[in-house]
Design a protein around this ligand. Structure first.
Ligand code: ADE
Length: 245
């Protein structure tokens, strides 16, 4: 997977991505991040990329031409026939979720467009953007953090990025259930014991307990997810029993 990020703050993207698991994946050659500075494509002798909004109003607007040239520089370096999707980070977009991460993880190349100031000239958005994406109902100062969030969520789904191949599958939101609680050594910490069943060595019972914990958590914390989870007959029976208590 190759990520390209059109941004006024390329260091933010590079620094954010080169640590931890995503950084290791880059070193392993499983993915790459190409942070492109939109300012390098300024058409103005002062290197400006923004101007006042037509019609007046507060703030500045990022101009169409530098954004478009930054985009074209990326596309011209891509050999494939298929034009890559361009994800514009905006609170007006479709709210990002795990399903979108899964769908996007199938792409070979993705271009992220990060805005700043009061936004980007609409005309270039109409020309190049294929998807408008939000990471939630709040307003950030720019699209860099959203782009990092989305790249992180996609990266961990790619083959070889996580060490334990199972962990992506069993994490929260896989199949719309929250993850069961986890425990590690010591067996007793400040008077709190690890649930005995996890020490029993009885694999089937452990699995059953974990499934039930997932169901309990999801019902308590995110009942909206349960409607979309694929539940077995046993799951449904267990949930019905919870209702009785
Ligand atoms: N830019 C500013 N706020 C944002 C958000 N919530 N999601 C995506 N991009 C943004």
């Amino acid at each position: 997977m190759r990520f390209h990020v059109l941004t006024l703050f390329p260091d933010m993207i590079r620094n954010g991505f080169q640590t931890s698991i995503t950084g290791r994946a880059v070193e392993k050659g499983l993915l790459s991040v190409n942070a492109v500075n939109i300012r390098d494509f300024s058409v103005n002798k002062h290197n400006r990329v923004d101007d006042y909004p037509y019609g007046g109003g507060a703030g500045m607007v990022m101009q169409a031409e530098p954004v478009c040239r930054a985009y074209e520089s990326v596309v011209s370096g891509i050999s494939s026939e298929k034009k890559p999707r361009v994800l514009y980070m905006t609170p007006q977009g479709k709210v990002f979720n795990q399903r979108m991460a899964e769908e996007l993880s199938g792409e070979e190349e993705l271009i992220f467009l990060c805005g700043h100031y009061e936004g980007i000239d609409e005309r270039v958005l109409e020309e190049i953007v294929t998807d408008e994406v939000s990471i939630g109902d709040y307003v950030l100062t720019g699209g860099e953090l959203p782009a990092l969030v989305i790249m992180d969520a996609i990266s961990r789904l790619l083959d070889g990025v996580l060490h334990n191949g199972e962990s992506a599958e069993f994490d929260s939101f896989h199949d719309n259930l929250l993850e069961y609680p986890q425990y590690s050594r010591p067996e007793e910490w400040r008077g709190k014991k690890v649930p005995a069943i996890l020490l029993s060595g009885h694999h089937a019972n452990v699995e059953k307990w974990r499934r039930e914990q997932s169901l309990i958590r999801t019902k308590e914390r995110r009942p909206d997810l349960l409607e979309h989870a694929s539940l077995t007959k046993e799951d449904k029976k267990f949930l019905a029993k919870l209702e009785e208590v």
